[in-house]
Each structure stands twice: as structure tokens, then as C-alpha cells.
Design a protein around this ligand. Structure first.
Ligand code: SAH
Length: 260
């Protein structure tokens, strides 16, 4: 921790909140800001996807408060999480809100930040390595490659109700977006594949599912759009996982450094 103080980072002040990302799993992917926040916080409100080893870095006096949300399990409501953040800050605590990945990528960080704004509470957003960048790096699948794609599209395969979001323009996505990374993809994977192929994406397109990326339990299933659903069933993957669709998936053959 002493090394981090040399960076001269700002303090997590009493009565303020840091909305921080903890990265996709491997604790080595924490940022210096997140480490600093862990050391300074009085209260850490953390999500289910945060690794226990990360929470072990909190000080002995720090209160750990679980705000886990996970598909299919009883969960704390978003309004309640925001209300807790506001209450802790109003009580003068130094609050670290620690979320998996990046707080502003499918993390509902904006909703929490807006609640803090409404309550007049100062906050800082600490970006984290999102699952798409961290997970694909550990899967040996580049997000971009000059020869295959000059754009990347991040999508969610499940809205707050768990269903496939109905505001996705599938014609545009299928035809104009060369590399797709779906968060929360498994539950509705069959529907996602149908939407893509029905709107013109070749059934032979390479795709992959990366589960528990960056952890020792990481699993990667590589397939094509017409076979990915079956391959995922056979592999019996555990959440969380990402679905990647696009040509860069082929590069994993050569670039898979982690599983080797
Ligand atoms: N804010 C997070 C995303 C939260 S939504 C971020 O920036 O990464 C939760 C979804 O993130 C999961 O359903 C899964 O699709 C993805 N995810 C998070 N961690 C992951 C991991 N280690 N491996 C694969 N997918 C992951």
C-alpha cells in the first residue's frame, strides 16, 4: 500500500463515494485507484462479482456490505443500493462502491451516480477493466484486428427483466457490426443466435463463449453460430460469461496464451 501513496492519488474523503470497478475477476486487474479506495474506505458496498481476495485488501475496521445481484437469485433492489450509498455518505463515511468490471459498462453505475447527484453527494467514478477487454485478452481473442474489424459493439443479452432487450436494432447489428460482445448472453443465447442469423449473419460465423474469464476457472468454448448453443450446453458453463461473435475469434488458435 505504501507504494501507492507515492502516486499522490486524491483521498477518498468523508461523506463522498467512489464508484469503482474491480475488473472482471483476477485481482491483478484492479486499478491503483481501486486499491487506494479499498485502503481508505470506511464502508465498501460490493457486488457478487467482486473476488473475495479483493475484499481481503480492505482495512480491518472497514465495514463490508453486500449488494449482490445475480440473475435468478434473490437480490437487493437497485433503489435500495442507491439509498444505502446516499445514507452512508450523509452519515459522513468514506464509501467505496465496488462493482465488477467497469461501473459504467452494464453496471448500472450511471443510476447510482445520478442518485448521488440528486442527493448532492460528491463522487468519483473509478473505471475498471470491463469483462469485454479483460475477458477477451485472457481468451486470446482481440477486440479489434486490422484485417478483420474496425468496430466493436458491446451489447447486453438480458435487460433488467431478464429478457432480450427489445430496443436492439438486429438488422443493423447483424449487418453493420463486425465484432459483437454480448454481456449476460447465456440465458437468451438461442434467441440471440436466431436474431443474428435471421437478419443475415452467416451461420458459419465464428463465435465463442468465455466463462469466468481471467480466473483459474476460465472456460472458453469456440464454435460457429449454428452450433454454439449446443456447444455451450455440452460444456455446462458456469456464469458469468460473454458471447463473442466475429472473425477475431479465429485468432484464439494462435493467441491463446492463458489456457496453455
Ligand atoms: N460492469 C461489468 C458488467 C456487469 S454485467 C463489466 O464492466 O464487466 C454482468 C455480466 O458481465 C455477466 O453476465 C457477464 O456477461 C459479464 N462478465 C463479468 N465478469 C465476467 C467474467 N469474469 N467472465 C465472463 N463474463 C463476465
Amino acid at each position: 500500500m505504501t507504494e501507492i501513496t507515492k502516486l499522490g492519488l486524491p483521498h477518498l474523503e468523508p461523506g463522498t463515494v467512489w464508484l469503482a470497478g474491480a475488473g472482471p475477476g483476477d485481482p491483478g486487474l484492479l486499478t491503483a485507484y481501486a486499491l487506494h479506495g479499498l485502503a481508505e474506505a470506511d464502508i465498501i458496498l460490493y457486488d457478487a462479482l467482486v473476488d473475495p481476495r479483493v475484499l481481503d485488501l480492505a482495512g480491518p475496521e472497514t465495514k463490508l456490505d453486500f449488494a449482490g445481484k445475480r440473475g435468478g437469485r434473490p437480490s437487493v433492489g437497485q433503489a435500495d443500493i442507491s439509498a444505502r450509498l446516499v445514507d452512508y455518505a450523509h452519515a459522513g463515511h468514506r464509501v467505496l462502491r465496488l462493482k465488477g468490471g467497469d461501473p459504467f459498462v452494464f453496471g448500472r453505475g450511471a443510476e447510482e451516480a445520478l442518485a448521488l447527484v440528486a442527493a448532492g453527494i460528491s463522487f468519483r467514478v473509478v473505471p475498471g477493466i470491463t469483462a469485454a477487454t479483460g475477458g477477451l485478452a485472457f481468451a486470446g481473442i482481440p477486440l479489434t484486428h486490422r484485417e478483420t474489424n474496425s468496430a466493436v459493439t458491446l451489447l447486453t443479452g438480458a435487460g433488467t427483466d431478464g429478457e432480450l432487450p427489445d430496443n436492439t436494432d438486429w438488422v443493423a447489428i447483424a449487418n453493420g457490426a463486425p465484432l459483437l460482445v454480448f454481456y449476460m448472453a447465456i440465458r437468451n443465447i438461442a434467441q440471440i443466435v436466431d436474431k443474428l442469423t435471421a437478419n443475415g449473419r452467416p451461420t458459419s460465423e465464428p463465435c465463442a463463449v468465455v466463462s469466468q474469464a481471467t480466473t483459474a476457472r476460465q472456460q472458453v468454448v469456440v464454435s460457429t453460430l449454428d452450433s454454439i448453443c449446443e456447444a455451450v450446453l455440452v460444456a455446462d458453463l458456469q456464469p458469468p460469461s460473454l458471447l463473442i461473435v466475429g472473425e477475431t475469434v479465429r485468432l484464439r488458435d494462435k493467441l491463446n496464451w492463458f489456457d496453455r
